[in-house]
Design a protein around this ligand. Sequence first.
Ligand code: ADP
Ligand code: ADP
Length: 233
Amino acid sequence: MIRFDQVSVTYDGADRPAVQGVDLTVPEGELVLAVGPSGSGKSTLLGTVSGLVPHFTGGTLAGRVTVAGRDTRTHPPRELADVVGTVGQDPLAHFVTDTVEDELAYGMESLGLPPATMRRRVEETLDLLGLAALRDRPIAALSGGQQQRVAIGSVLTAHPRVLVLDEPTSALDPGAAEEVLAVLQRLVHDLGTTVLLAEHRLERVVQYADQVLLLPAAGQPPVLGDPAELMAR
Ligand code: ADP
Ligand code: ADP
């Protein structure tokens, strides 16, 4: 579903690549974790999948990233939006409406779906994310974990086959982080969604990962880690 072929990204004026030599194949329905310290290139790597890199960030992408067969260098984000959904670290930056239900509906706005389909997708997403009781609540009044679930839900109503999340649990307490991770697990297992997740710490998430890409500090190539072995550490 996602393929990285010798992918390196170098921002203009930088003396070394932000991402160097990533080679990775992600089959449909896998959860892949990219782990590394701040500045190790996690966001950049995710951006090569959503198309933000290099279309909106500048810099040079060497090698090739394909998502569902589309080369992300020749397809800007709007030409990937039907396949890739992206969720950032700060859910508040994501929201454009006031209530939970409106926010989930907004995620489909540009797809031209019939109203009945949109209503059905809102319902199924509210259920999937355990948000049904909160549907009319102002997003601003929700907890951090609930807000992050709404941010994920607003992307899911478009039914993306690939979901890319940049440190979605880093601002959350352990309980709320578990809720978000449980949602991701359900997506992978029940719907076959492919998930690419960046985190700066391994512990919370490694148990859910099919593959782990370890991004070392700047200047060194990433390595694939064995989830079982990393869990045992
Ligand atoms: P992480 O997500 O692991 O913190 P990033 O991908 O954000 O890592 O950053 C990797 C490196 O690339 C850092 O040195 C950062 O300063 C640099 N960088 C990130 N985005 C840009 C950009 N748009 N232009 C120039 N340099 C950038
Ligand atoms: P429509 O595609 O017309 O909206 P449904 O909402 O009934 O029809 O969804 C069609 C199928 O998509 C269902 O089998 C459902 O399980 C599945 N589905 C639900 N949520 C998602 C999702 N987030 N990503 C992909 N498929 C999903």
